[in-house]
Design a protein around this ligand. Structure first.
Ligand code: APR
Ligand code: PHB
Length: 383
């Protein structure tokens, strides 16, 4: 028995558990994977100011503040040109590059130091009784079936979890006719800022994790598999699309292909089940929003649960979806917009290519257009 049963130890589930603990609310996190697996899983890497503030103000930002890379802008490359979008000048804010698995490591360490319950290799299989006061999570651990009783269930189990199956919600979805091939490589970043490149052959992105480790992405065809991409081909294509002579091939320590998807569940709640993060919405990675949305959701959810446990007030719980969805849809629009702006459409024609170049040129010459990109990238606070 616990107050809040949380499914999933990604940024959403772990941060929720941490925030609840700070308010004296108990929780158990069920995670189907092993600890070393979730700590090593390479994912996103960009934190908005709102996310870094949340980590720092709740005592889990110390390593991020030391090791995270503070960036004040990004570079856009296309048609042999490079242009900088200066976030600091346009919005007064910047971003921090810090790997999602580092955020996960920091949160797990803090939860365990605080005596928190994270049950690894415990897979939730069903959620029952969400219309009553005592929902239950059925789970499997060490081959045994068991049930966790709680007062609320937080579905933080990502895009392949079980929690959204229990929701009576409408799912709004879009898929894209391309994927991202991502690598983590032992090579110093060739740029001090992220490079987003649009090339006739497709999109490429140069990101980083530390002074010796680069994170690089290529647009590939939707059905592509890694065996079609030997290392030499990856580096050749990156060099060509990024047009970056300083980029040196290095040992590839992780690789993978991720499909691009957009999805929103509305509402994000049903009875005593509340979804947060990727379980409730997916964004294509071009806008760097996934981890930020996950953290922002659980901040709202923790406040709503705190209000309930303090004074039995259910107003914030009732409005949880509504309080999240404005921000979620702004991020969905921005992510789809950045994706359309920077990717080659396999069904597109030369006219389409010319339109994209014109739009890119508009962004780098109009202060208004550049501000639109910048204020969304750093996290639009009016949504
Ligand atoms: N039972 C227990 N755990 C589960 C189950 C299940 N049935 N299904 C999934 N999980 C776990 C996964 O193993 C994973 O560790 O839930 C966790 C979900 O974590 P994330 O996928 O990281 O999702 P979230 O916390 O919402 O963070 C969103 O992740 O994919 C990126 O771009 C996305 O940056 C964003 C972030
Ligand atoms: C990353 O560093 O992994 C990253 C950066 C920016 C994106 C997506 C991913 O838009």
């Amino acid at each position: 028995m616990t107050q809040v049963g949380i499914i999933g130890a990604g940024p959403a589930g772990l941060m929720l558990s941490h925030l609840l603990h700070r308010q004296g609310i108990t929780s158990v996190v069920l995670e189907r994977r092993r600890r070393d697996y979730v700590e090593r899983r390479v994912r996103a890497g960009v934190l908005e100011q709102g996310s870094t503030d949340l980590l720092a103000s709740t005592g889990v930002g110390e390593r991020m503040q030391r090791e995270g890379l503070a960036h004040d802008g990004i570079k856009l490359r296309f048609a042999g040109e490079e242009h900088r979008i200066d976030f600091r000048r346009l919005t007064g804010r910047g971003i921090t590059v810090y790997g999602q698995q580092e955020v996960v490591k920091d949160l797990i360490k803090q939860r365990l130091a605080d005596g928190g319950e994270i049950w690894f290799e415990a897979e939730a299989t069903a959620i029952e009784g969400i219309d009553g006061d005592h929902p239950r999570i059925a789970y499997r651990r060490n081959g045994e079936e068991a049930t966790l009783s709680c007062e609320f269930v937080a579905g933080c189990d990502g895009s392949h979890g079980v929690s959204h199956a229990g929701l009576e919600a409408k799912s709004y979805e879009r898929s894209y006719p391309f994927s991202w091939l991502g690598i983590l490589a032992k090579t110093p970043p060739a740029s001090n800022e992220l490079i987003y490149a649009y090339h006739e052959r497709g999109f490429a992105l140069h990101s980083m994790r530390s002074p010796g480790i680069s994170r690089l992405y290529l647009q590939v065809e939707a059905g592509d598999r890694m065996d079609a991409w030997p290392e030499a081909r990856i580096w050749d294509e990156l060099r060509l699309r990024l047009a970056e002579p300083k980029l040196q091939p290095g040992e590839i320590i992780e690789d993978g292909i991720t499909p691009m998807r957009s999805m929103v569940m509305e509402p994000m709640q049903c009875g005593r089940l509340f979804l947060a993060g990727d379980a409730a919405h997916i964004v294509p990675a071009t806008g760097a929003k996934g981890m930020n949305l996950a953290l922002a959701d659980v901040k709202v959810l923790a406040e709503a649960l705190t209000a309930w446990y303090r004074s039995r007030s259910h107003d914030l719980l009732d409005r949880y979806s509504e309080l999240c969805l404005g921000r979620v849809w702004r991020a969905e629009h921005f992510s789809a917009w950045m994706t359309a702006l920077l990717h080659r459409d396999p069904a597109g024609d030369p006219f389409d290519h010319k339109l994209r170049l014109s739009y890119l040129r508009y962004i780098v010459t109009s202060e208004a257009a550049a501000t639109t990109l910048a204020e969304n990238y750093v996290g639009f606070e009016g949504a």
